[in-house]
Ligand binder design. Structure first.
Ligand SMILES: CC(C)(COP(=O)(O)OP(=O)(O)OC[C@H]1O[C@@H](n2cnc3c(N)ncnc32)[C@H](O)[C@@H]1OP(=O)(O)O)[C@@H](O)C(=O)NCCC(=O)NCCS
Length: 167
């Protein structure tokens, strides 16, 4: 389908749409406990939503992506976590998720990010350059699903901790 997808930072009018899209996208997700929309709200309320972008098609918000700082070995070292990313089911498989991810990665690069981590399907995220590294660990998850993308410097070693909103 040939339609224009535009990406921009969230504004206050988007908050309900973001919540609804996130709920809808994760509704039948096998590894979700359906709290992703609450994570976004908690991050926003704690000023921890470092990047929050929406995707628009025909003046309608159809997708959202969030990034927040992560700690590695208890320190913030300019690494970010990508989560969550959601596309309204009706608009999936049309390139919206990819455009959100590429734009979000550009946005955190603009914040001098050194790298980004996420928990997700390697088959989907490999195309953005994410891969699993043995020594960068998120405890409690299968290592092959914990993926990283390095922008600068070496891959850090150690344990990754997301904002408490993800607890
Ligand atoms: C994951 C998600 C954001 C992708 O958005 P999208 O707009 O459908 O993605 P795109 O159109 O850019 O890419 C679609 C491609 O990715 C593939 N894909 C989508 N989800 C995938 C997954 N979980 N594993 C492997 N491949 C996947 C599709 O099969 C399609 O492949 P193709 O290009 O070879 O046909 C969207 O499917 C979604 O909201 N899912 C529910 C929530 C979720 O799982 N979020 C990610 C975890 S935080």
């Amino acid at each position: 389908m040939n339609q224009t997808i535009s990406i921009r930072p969230e504004c206050s009018d988007d908050i309900n749409d973001i919540e609804n899209i996130t709920i809808e996208a994760f509704k039948n997700h096998p590894h979700s406990n359906q709290t992703e929309h609450e994570i976004i709200t908690t991050l926003r309320d704690n000023d921890a939503l470092a990047v929050s972008l929406v995707a628009i098609i025909n003046n309608t918000v159809v997708g959202h992506i969030a990034f927040s700082k992560v700690k590695i070995n208890n320190e913030f070292i300019q690494w970010y976590g990508l989560a969550p990313v959601s596309v309204k089911p009706k608009y999936q498989n049309q390139g919206v998720g990819s455009k959100l991810i590429f734009s979000g990665l550009d946005a955190i690069r603009g914040l001098n990010a050194k790298g980004c981590v996420l928990l997700g399907e390697p088959d989907y995220y490999n195309k953005f350059g994410f891969k699993a590294f043995d020594n960068l660990v998120f405890k409690g998850v299968p290592p092959e699903y914990f993926l990283s993308l390095i922008f600068s410097g070496d891959i850090p070693n150690g344990n990754v901790e997301y904002h408490k909103a993800f607890a």
